[in-house]
Design a protein around this ligand. Sequence first.
Ligand code: NAG
Ligand code: NAG
Ligand code: NAG
Length: 186
Amino acid sequence: MAKSRLKICLSVSAMLFIIVSIVTIALIFTVFKPKDPNIVVHVEPVDLLSPDMPIIMNISTLVTIGNPNFGSFEFKKSYSYVTYHDTVVGTVPIESQLVPAHSEINVSTYTLMTVNKLINNPDFWKEVVPGYKFTLISKAEFPGKVIVLKYIKLKGTAYNTCNITVNMAPGSHDVKSICNSQIKIH
Ligand SMILES: *[C@@H]1O[C@H](CO)[C@@H](O)[C@H](O)[C@H]1NC(C)=O
Ligand SMILES: *[C@@H]1O[C@H](CO)[C@@H](O)[C@H](O)[C@H]1NC(C)=O
Ligand SMILES: *[C@@H]1O[C@H](CO)[C@@H](O)[C@H](O)[C@H]1NC(C)=O
């Protein structure tokens, strides 16, 4: 008697769990449609034209990841690739992170910049000589999962692209990033 009651109880719990999961997933895709994250890669300004430039430079970099969703987002270790006119000139490792719901985190990392690949590109000098400015593009994919109510996990990937404008005008070194990010639930 006790055994079958336990069985009924367990199967009712299982049913409830399934129903709650389905309703939650349905809500995520309708009412709470996942919003795109806000990911910005901030590269520290450096003087690329100093006479003693190393071939590979380690530049301090901050990656800000904002999660506007009501679920948290957890992603695996990722890399952002920095290109100049389609040539990869830098990589930015980004350690795995959990970004809680409705919050923003800052991840301190670095960009390994292959300076010679950049300055050996003839386009680089065409751009830098007149304007003291050039633009890099960074692209990253963050494969991970959206976690809702602790136990519901949806696989998703966040995609991020930034236009990084480096201004090397004497006395006003700065780096501006304008980024666009998206999340896709698989
Ligand atoms: C770059 O610098 C950071 C911080 O100083 C350090 O943790 C990292 O190991 C360096 N990376 C390489 C490949 O030298
Ligand atoms: C992340 O860093 C940016 C730039 O330094 C700062 O404006 C922002 O407040 C920081 N956010 C958090 C959550 O620490
Ligand atoms: C980056 O620059 C390209 C070309 O100038 C432009 O089409 C694109 O919209 C820019 N991206 C962002 C995120 O501003």
